[in-house]
Structure formats: structure tokens, C-alpha cells
Design a protein around this ligand. Structure first.
Ligand code: KG4
Ligand code: ZN
Length: 337
């Protein structure tokens, strides 16, 4: 019998609902919250209110688009954390109510595990290349930067982590200094296309092992601009593409440098990237070059599965369903998982 999962993602500022059948996406809808743009970051209270307004219509549409009826659903998977507590509460409460009303199991999902499992999402009438285990994955999102060894679908070991800011935060915070709205990562990526990546040099931090640090880069970027603005108040406007390209280049070099080190240390050649920053064109092309040089079997997710989406929650829920890993209704969301 087919296994149909309804998946809910509400950890940050996107309300997303997907329907997954036997690991294959039937629908994956995302309502993004533009309201945060002018605030320079996600405002938690506004985010949870928008989730409340969006969750019922987005679920309704996801079910219709999937071409199923409610009673076809075998289980409800939801993001338990990490994320903003108020936002997670909306998804968790909705998932509980939905599961209770249909008397079907509830499955909690770790958002970070789901980003990595996005590599296992299947599409209708499309061949998907799947990684084999062990799979080495760089997870780069707005809140996390980790190197993970995946031993099976649900077994993961973190072998590298950021000691301060995440890579996405470095993009967003440096973008804010240049006057960009939140999230700045996609805009920096776009503007980099017209810039010279060697125009300005920003120092790479020296962090031992497989760990990362991005807070020093953010500070040196800020001081660099402050000094140049003293000489020329229009420095930023005159140099935006070069600033973006140089900044993106150093962030991508740090990420690829550590991932390459991890590949050498573990001897793993099945390599992937995941999370919002894996949408970055510089990181994607840099990884492709590195893969050719080092003979890696490389996995780069489709753009729609890099940033937050419920399909990745659904695929994780599917593998948990197969193992009978269900949650009780006393479950509460976790800001830190
Ligand atoms: O995974 P995600 O959607 O949410 C979290 O779980 O955090 O990641 C969001 C992050 C933001 O920091 C955003 O600026 C960054 O991903 N991002 C990008 C790009 N697209 C999204 N950063 C650089 N280049 C991009 N194209
Ligand atoms: Zn995420």
C-alpha cells in the first residue's frame, strides 16, 4: 500500500506544506512572508501571526494540488525545531490537530536533518540520482553551518560546525551593512555576477579542524567599509558588484576548503551541499569544479529544495514512517534541537 505523508514546515518565515507519496513529491507549496524585508531580519511575532493566517489555506491548496483527499493521508510530519518558537508552535499545533482528527500518526522532524535528506526527494516521472552511504554533506543555512556524515537515511554525525555565525548570516549581515534588505544572500549572489571576485581581499579565519567561523569576516567587512567610506562617501554605491563578488568568493572558499578537508579526512567521495546557501551560484559552480578535480560523486539539490520547504520534511517523515518512529501528542516544539 502507498504511504502518503502530509508535511508541515513553519520554522522561520516560510509557511510550507507538501504531500509526499512513497518518497515522491505530489505537491510542495510555500507562502513566503515579505513582511520582514523592511525590518532587516525576521520579526518572530510577525512570523508566527503570518503562519497562523497561511497554514490552513496552504494546506488546503497542497491537498488539492496533490490530487488526493484527506483520508488518503497516512501520517502528518512537522518541523519540531530548531527555529523560532512561536513559528514552530503554529505548525506543531496544526499538525497535532490534523493527525488527531484523522486518527493518524504524528511524526516530528528535525529541520536540519530534513535539509540533508532533501537529496532523497523523488519527483514524478523523473529519474533521480541518489547518494549512497556514507554521504558527506555540507549543510549551510541561515542559522547553521555544519559538515555532516550521513550513515543511513536517519543516522547522521556532525563532524564540523560553526563556532559563531552561520554562512547565511555572514551573507545577510554583510548585506545589511551595504544597505540590502533581508535576506541579502540571494541579492549578493545576483550582483556578484557583474563583479570582480579579486577586487577586494578579505582574510579567511584560521579555525582548527573542520569547524568554521564567520563573525570575524563580518567585522572586517564592516571596518573595511567604514574606512573606505571616510575617503569616499559613495564608495559602496560605486563598488557594489565588486564588493558582492569578493565577499561571496571568500565565503565560498571557506566552505569549500573545509568540505575538501573533510572529504580527505574521511575518504568519502559521495559529496553534497544542502540548505539555503546551497542555492548560491558561486558555491554550486565551485563545487562542480572541485568535484571534477577530486573525482567526487557530487549532489547539488534542485533550487526549490535548497531553501526552506515542506517536501524535505515529508521525505524525512516518510523514512521515519517506514521505521515506525511516531510522536505522542504531548510533544512540544524545540527552538534548539
Ligand atoms: O535554509 P534556509 O532557507 O533557512 C534556514 O533554515 O536558515 O536558509 C536561509 C539562508 C539565508 O541566510 C539566505 O540569505 C541564504 O540562505 N541564501 C543564500 C542564497 N539563497 C538563500 N545565500 C547566498 N546565495 C543565495 N543564492
Ligand atoms: Zn532551513
Amino acid at each position: 500500500m502507498a504511504v502518503t505523508i502530509l508535511a508541515i514546515e513553519s520554522s522561520c518565515d516560510d509557511t510550507s506544506v507538501a504531500v509526499i507519496r512513497d518518497g515522491c513529491v505530489l505537491s510542495n507549496l510555500i507562502a513566503s512572508q515579505a513582511i520582514h524585508m523592511s525590518y532587516g531580519g525576521v520579526v518572530p511575532e510577525l512570523a508566527s501571526r503570518a503562519h497562523q493566517a497561511n497554514i490552513v489555506p496552504v494546506t488546503h491548496e497542497a491537498i488539492i494540488k496533490a490530487g488526493i483527499i484527506m483520508t488518503d493521508i497516512n501520517a502528518v510530519a512537522f518541523t519540531r525545531g530548531p527555529g523560532l518558537l512561536g513559528s514552530l508552535l503554529v505548525g506543531t499545533s496544526f499538525a497535532k490537530g490534523f493527525a488527531l482528527s484523522l486518527e493518524i500518526p504524528l511524526i516530528e522532524v528535525n529541520h536540519l536533518q530534513a535539509h540533508v535528506l532533501a537529496h532523497f526527494i523523488l519527483e514524478k516521472e523523473k529519474e533521480t540520482r541518489l547518494p549512497s552511504f556514507p554521504f558527506l554533506c555540507l549543510l549551510v543555512s541561515g542559522g547553521h553551518t555544519r559538515i555532516i556524515v550521513m550513515k543511513s537515511h536517519l543516522e547522521m554525525e556532525v563532524i564540523g560546525n560553526t563556532i559563531d555565525d552561520a554562512a547565511g548570516e555572514a551573507f545577510d549581515k554583510c548585506g545589511k551593512v551595504m544597505g540590502f534588505s533581508y535576506p541579502a544572500g540571494p541579492l549578493i549572489d545576483k550582483l556578484s555576477g557583474d563583479g570582480n571576485k579579486n577586487a577586494f581581499r578579505f582574510a579567511k579565519p584560521s579555525v582548527k579542524g573542520l569547524d568554521f567561523s564567520f563573525s570575524g569576516l563580518k567585522t572586517s567587512f564592516l571596518y573595511f567599509l567604514r574606512d573606505r567610506l571616510k575617503e569616499d562617501p559613495d564608495f559602496i554605491e560605486k563598488n557594489i558588484p565588486d564588493l558582492c563578488a569578493s565577499l561571496q568568493y571568500v565565503i565560498v572558499s571557506i566552505l569549500i576548503g573545509k568540505l575538501t578537508k573533510a572529504a580527505t579526512l574521511t575518504g568519502i567521495r559521495e559529496i553534497g551541499i544542502a540548505g539555503g546557501v546551497s542555492a548560491n551560484s558561486g558555491l554550486r559552480s565551485g563545487m562542480e569544479e572541485e568535484a571534477i578535480r577530486r573525482n567526487w560523486n557530487l549532489f547539488i539539490p534542485e533550487l526549490r529544495y535548497t531553501t526552506d520547504n515542506a517536501a524535505m520534511i515529508g521525505i524525512t517523515g516518510y523514512y521515519k514512517y517506514l521505521r515506525g518512529e511516531f510522536s505522542g501528542h504531548e510533544i512540544t516544539p524545540l527552538a534548539r534541537y
